[in-house]
Design a protein around this ligand. Sequence first.
Ligand code: B12
Length: 242
Amino acid sequence: MLLSIMFIFYPCQFINAKRLREEFMSLRKKFIEAVLELDEQKALEITKKRLEAGEDPLKILDDLMTVAEEIGKKYETGEFFVADLVMAGEILKGISELVRPKLKEASKERKVIGKFVIGTVEGDIHDIGKNIVVTMAEAVGFEVIDLGVDVPPQRFVEAIKQHNPDIVGLSGLLTVAIESMKKTIDAIKDAGLRGKVKIIIGGGRVDEYACEYTGADAWTNSAAEGIRKMLEWMRKRKEQKG
Ligand code: B12
């Protein structure tokens, strides 16, 4: 009897899982198309559908990164103009704002594990990635002080003095942001605060070289990877304190 019930239900479950996967795939394809066509309404509607269907918000963020890369390429090749970039930026921001509350759900009952100051460095106003990092850091239990965009080095120095954070995060997407990151870290050093904080730099154009050049402790192009690194630092800090 039990065996026959299993025979009936097992294929059903299999078919359901397959159907769900196909639905996700087709929504994913439509999502990417809608963003690249700069159809804001459609892109946001599909995002809502994906979230309602229970899709992992991190998967949606992965797609957001893929599509942002495509938009960047279209801008570089002259297929998109600044106005298109601005429109695309609005759409990406709208999508990330729909996804962020889902990332935050886990944070409700967590106790504070550390303090994190973050900002987009001077001369750069890109903040979609930074805002995702803020949400994820809050979700894992950091108290986050978000300094916003186009933040001058001295503002980071003041924030460290005022809030005494464990970690400082510098975000930047422009190549020139690397220079601002260096200036910011130099200002932190000059103020005698470098030994107090760990510094992580993030954004599309940072790499190992930028990390060495700026004097940061770590770099990443992924919010999830950055958060993992930060959690590791907090664990070590706790162990050292005993
Ligand atoms: C949307 C967009 C805009 C929007 C930004 C809207 C906003 N509110 O952010 C607007 C229209 C304003 C804009 C303006 C400009 N942009 Co723009 N923009 C983009 C685009 C298409 C997507 C960026 C994005 O949001 N990506 C999605 C997010 C989620 O990814 P992310 O930022 O990398 O963040 C992830 C990780 O890097 C990481 N992360 C990010 N920060 C941090 C920080 C820490 C601490 C950690 C741990 C992790 C972390 O976490 C995130 C999630 O995983 C990129 C193309 C691209 N490939 O990046 C161009 C791009 C960045 N822009 C570019 C340019 C040239 C400009 C302008 C100069 C255009 C102009 N002529 O005016 C201006 C610059 C304005 C300024 N002073 O900053 C170039 C930069 C080229 C370069 N090498 O310098 C790019 C690469 C496009 C291109 N291929 O040419 N842009």
